[in-house]
Design a protein. Sequence first.
Length: 353
Amino acid sequence: MRSWADKLRKVVPYTPGEQPDKAGMIKLNTNENPYPPAPGVKKALESLDDQRLRLYPNTTAKPLAKALAKYYRVEPDQVFIGVGSDDVLAIGFMTFFNSDKPIFFPDITYSFYPVWANLFKIPYETKALDRDFKIVREDYRAPNGGIIFPNPNAPTSYYESLDLVEDIVRHNQDVIVIVDEAYIDYSGESALKLINKYDNLLIVQTFSKSRSMAGMRIGYAMGNPELIRAMNDVKFSYNSYTMNMPSIYSGIEAVNDEAYFIDHIRKILETRKWTESQLSQLGFEFPVPGGNFIFAAHPEYQAKDLFTALREKKIYVRYFDLPRIDNYLRITIGTDEEMKSFIDAISEITQVN
């Protein structure tokens, strides 16, 4: 008998982007940064002594929290550190979304949100983006148990104005509003400036995209100290030592090298602009991109067919077989050379077909 099988929790898990490992491939499917981390990151890893590796790390990753606080001009007790922004967001769900009322998030958004809601048994409602993939602010004025949305959005790459973000926060001061800013460094102004004005606002960011450290798994949140304390209480209830020593000290070096950071953001934005121009010439349509990726569709070609044809050429982009977006490709911005190869390939594919 397998009576224990009836007790298993059954969930539909998040499906991450494919992680291929093929010689000569061009990987444009998971929004990683194509450039290496700041030089100090490697030096920090090489300089770690035995004591830092054999002892437990600080439970709140205090040295990294202090570096981030200095960089963003907030207080250290306004910073929470987690193992990638996914960890931070999951803890945010557990900490703040505990009402009988549904939480709200867009219908086209980061696909981990409904997974966490189901895993933690949180009721939720999705709010439809308009035909241009923009948030309809009035949809977020109904009673709810909390709100979360990415800005820029994923997978659409669209950046919402700070005015819209503040409007949503202002109309929902009885619940926690989480703004997921994984791609904010490639777009407009962060909502961070609002955290001292609204004590119910939490900003979540990551080292995975603009700081080229997806493999180190560093995420962080910023908000009023009471929110940060509550998140730490939840984290300490199941794992006190989440951030490892190498990540803490390499993360500090990445934060401290602002010149390197700014220069590589500039490179990606320049490459993105060139890629937008090339795709437009080929007849592709896309929202104005605000991330390190473009969300593009062609009126004459099926996205799934383009995805498959590119894959045969060892060029990997992301395809979502989901309502409203099943004719779009999400294309990460790589190096100039990678994007030229991508444009050459997609030009050949569309001309042949």
